[in-house]
Structure formats: C-alpha cells, structure tokens
Ligand binder design. Structure first.
Ligand code: G1P
Length: 293
C-alpha cells in the first residue's frame, strides 16, 4: 500500500488581512507566543509521519526558508553561552526534508497545489493550510492518513461551523455517514449565505490522490476569480470516492485577526513559562476595563 510521505504547505498568500505587519514579513512567520505559525503546521506533519514537505512560497517569503535552515552563527553563540535549551528550539528537525517552490502568480490555492505537482509525482499526498492550527491528542493529519489507509481514497478534514460562517469556507454536501466519515455528493467553495448544503466546513487538511492534478491542470477559475482546490476536489469526487472526515481536535483560525488574537491568548495562558503571569495580566486588564465603564 502507498504510504503518505509527502505534504504540500501553500504559503504564497499576500497576508493582506494582517497589513501592515505583513508588508515585509510573511504572514506564516507571525508568532503565536514564541513560535511562527508555520512551525506548528510543520510539527503536525512530522508527528503524522510525513517525510518530505514542499512549501509553496512567493515574493517576500525568504524568512520562511531562513527559519527552517541551520543558522551556524546563532548556534555557536548559544553553545558559547551554554543556552542548550534554546539550541534545541532553533535546530531544524532532522526527521523531515523541507523543499521550496515558488508560485509565480497569485492564482489561488488550487494553483499553489498544482505548482508542486512534479514534486508529488504519482503518489497520494497531504496538504496542510497554514491558517488552521489544530490541537488534538492524535494529530489531525494522522487521523486523516488513517482514514486514507482504510479507504485508499482522498479524505478531506471537516468540522462544523455556524450558519453565519459557512460563506467563508469550502462546504460539503454529505451523502451518507459512517462514524465520523462521510461520503459526499459535492463540494462547494464559499457558498453565498443561506445556500450552504450543510454546516460541515473544509478545514485546511487534505489527503489527495494524484488524480487531482488532472483537474488542476485545466486551470479553471472559480469563486473569487481564483483556481480553487475545492472545485478540483468536487470533480475528482465524480471519478473516484472523496471522503470527508470530521476529525477530533480543537481548531484555531490564525488567518484572521480575531482568531489570531484568541489563539495567542489561549496559547499564552497554556504556556508553562508565562501562563500564570498572563492570567494575572488579563485579570488586571479586565478589572481596569470594568472600572472604566
Ligand atoms: C481555503 C479553502 C477553503 C477552506 C479554507 C479553510 O480558503 O479554499 O475551502 O474551507 O481554506 O481555512 P481561504 O481561507 O484560503 O480563503
């Protein structure tokens, strides 16, 4: 059986929601406490057994490559100062190889995935989107890989969202359900409010068979004038089963300002080093605010 060894992490987006912070810095490098968001995604891939990652980058994304590279000067400096704990934190993982390819034009998520087709070749693979961090006992991607191992079919990670949010996601039209796994009638990208076929939203984790490239090759534009991965998945589902899987785990939306702040606060509160003090600060701020009122 073909093992899922390779993963694509699209990271070419302009990060307009975080301007001006992202004018000269990739949004994937924005930190949650002390770790860039993309490092959480890479860690999940490693914990799920991925051996090779290709990050699809674009203009102004050099910091991502530097981050996952060895920094001899810094390492030497930390050794001299005997800061061995920090050394562990900055050394790139030896469990995975990270490769890079550039998306030359911002033509959408489907196009970004298509850019990595030669790296993937003819084997099933994973896609992880950097806007979604998932905390779970068993890594989210691993849960999907286990579903792939059972079905030998593409599997898309989904979670329930409220009626007011469906227009922000790819939404599935479920057919039948077995445990947490759905057979799917169709996939629709960002349906207009009130028209969504369900509340099950695609959350940035995918296992795809290489046949997806037959559809991405056509470069058809969809919602927002972009080449949509969801549209290609919809077409793939017409020639072979594509399942949706409602994974276990808490998902953090770091692609949006409020979600980012919420994640930062939650992760800071859980942080061993600073959690207790952060809680004190938050309590102080909130009591100041209620006095103001
Ligand atoms: C992308 C996908 C969408 C998915 C979402 C998850 O949209 O196109 O189907 O639901 O990621 O975060 P984006 O948020 O990049 O517009």
């Amino acid at each position: 059986m073909q093992k899922i060894r390779k993963a694509i992490i699209p990271a070419a987006g302009l990060g307009t929601r975080f301007l001006p912070a992202t004018k000269a810095m990739p949004k994937e490098m924005l930190p949650i406490v002390d770790r860039p968001t993309i490092e959480y995604i890479v860690k999940e891939a490693i914990a799920s057994g991925i051996e090779d990652i290709i990050i699809v980058t674009g203009k102004g994304k050099r910091a991502i490559e530097d981050h996952f590279d060895i920094n001899f000067e810094l390492e030497e400096n930390l050794v001299r100062k005997e800061k061995f704990e920090l050394l562990e934190k900055i050394r790139p993982s030896s469990q995975v190889e990270i490769h890079y390819i550039r998306q030359k034009e911002p033509k959408g998520l489907g196009h970004a995935v298509w850019c990595a087709r030669k790296f993937i070749g003819n084997e099933p693979f994973a896609v992880l989107l950097g806007d979604d961090i998932v905390e779970a006992e068993k890594p989210c991607l691993k849960q999907l890989i286990e579903q792939y191992d059972e079905t030998r079919s593409s599997v898309i990670g989904v979670q329930n969202v409220s009626d007011t949010e469906t227009h922000r996601y790819g939404i599935i039209d479920p057919k039948t359900m077995e445990g947490n796994r759905y057979q799917v009638n169709g996939f629709v990208e960002k349906p207009k409010q009130g028209t969504a076929p369900s509340n099950l939203a695609i959350i940035g984790r995918y296992i795809l068979t290489p046949e997806i490239f037959q559809f991405l090759d056509k470069q058809e534009t969809g919602q927002g004038g972009e080449i949509q991965l969801t549209d290609a998945i919809h077409q793939l589902n017409e020639i072979q089963d594509v399942y949706a899987y409602a994974f276990d785990g808490k998902r953090y939306d770091v692609g949006d300002k409020l979600g980012f702040i919420r994640t930062t606060v939650e992760f800071a509160l859980k942080n061993e080093e600073i959690g207790a003090e952060v809680e004190t600060i938050l309590r102080e701020l909130l009591s100041e605010k209620s006095v103001d009122r």
